[in-house]
Write a protein that binds this ligand. Structure first.
Ligand code: NAP
Length: 248
């Protein structure tokens, strides 16, 4: 079976590391991004240099029309999707819940929860034998925050990742009989530009001393877990989680 992989938010950080690691594992790869065209094209070129067919497609995964446009490009240029990494997500500045606006909450829930569910929906319309597919594999990128709650900082973000945990468990059971596996990786503090959006770009280096392993993680360390769960090496794993959080 040809392997066609969509990585949402693949233009930097964990998504980009996943694309680069997948490039040598026989996937045709779609790198989705929101706004940074140059970064997405740069990763796409690096993936192609490693020998994989790749395209970069701009689409906001919090909008179903844009997801439909994204999958139409994949269908036409790479073929029917077989593997999905729901990686794109957002966060806002540290805040107590009583100061969170409706706009902020809707943006986080649309990007981090509705987006992955809709991307999975359109993947299943291609992966499931109910729709002519041959099965597949979905990996959701959650967060250790779903276990920890992120009090006084990002309870909204942590709650969105709690929803991803539950979505992973439920969808895994729903589509297991159809040959589609659904799993999640839950990173801890990882060195990426994600923390710029939280208003604290140096968050990982500031806090890593408090971690059991006394260091933050790299995007490549998270990508290893994503690619294992995505692959046939994890053929009996579904509805499960790998925490890549340095013992946190
Ligand atoms: P990142 O460096 O900020 O990258 C985010 C990526 O998502 C970018 O490619 C961005 O595109 C894209 N994106 C954001 N919103 C999008 C949308 N609505 N539609 C499409 N693409 C969108 O993030 P990261 O640190 O690699 O995080 C990746 C995943 O790991 C996220 O799910 C995050 O919650 C999770 N995570 C990260 C950490 C950490 O410490 N870094 C810890 C736990 C969990 P543009 O650049 O074009 O905007």
């Amino acid at each position: 079976m040809e392997k066609v992989l969509l990585i949402t938010g693949g233009s930097r950080g964990i998504g980009a590391a996943t694309a680069l690691a997948a490039a040598t594992q026989g996937y045709r790869i779609c790198i989705n991004y929101l706004s940074d065209h140059a970064a997405a094209e740069r990763i796409c070129s690096q993936v192609r240099a490693l020998g994989a067919q790749a395209i970069a497609v701009q689409a906001d995964v919090s909008n179903e029309d844009e997801i439909i446009r994204l999958y139409t490009r994949i269908d036409a240029e790479l073929g029917r999707i077989t593997h999905l990494v729901n990686n794109a997500a957002t966060i806002a500045h540290a805040s107590r819940v009583e100061d969170m606006s409706e706009f902020r909450l809707l943006k986080i829930m649309m990007s981090n929860v509705v987006g992955p569910i809709l991307c999975s929906k359109h993947a299943l319309l291609r992966m499931s034998p109910r729709h002519g597919g041959q099965g597949g594999s979905i990996v959701n990128v959650g967060s250790a925050a779903s276990r920890l709650g992120s009090a006084n900082e990002y309870v909204d973000y942590a709650s969105s990742k709690g929803a991803i945990d539950t979505f992973t468990l439920g969808l895994a059971k729903e589509v297991a009989p159809e040959g589609v596996r659904v799993n999640a990786v839950r990173p801890g503090y990882i060195f990426t530009d994600f923390h710029v959006q939280s208003g604290d770009p140096f968050r990982v280096s500031k806090l890593e001393g408090e971690l059991p392993m006394r260091r933050g993680g790299t995007p490549e360390e998270v990508a290893e877990a994503i690619l294992w769960l995505l692959s046939d090496k994890a053929s009996y794993a579904t509805g499960t989680f790998i925490d890549v959080a340095g013992g946190r």
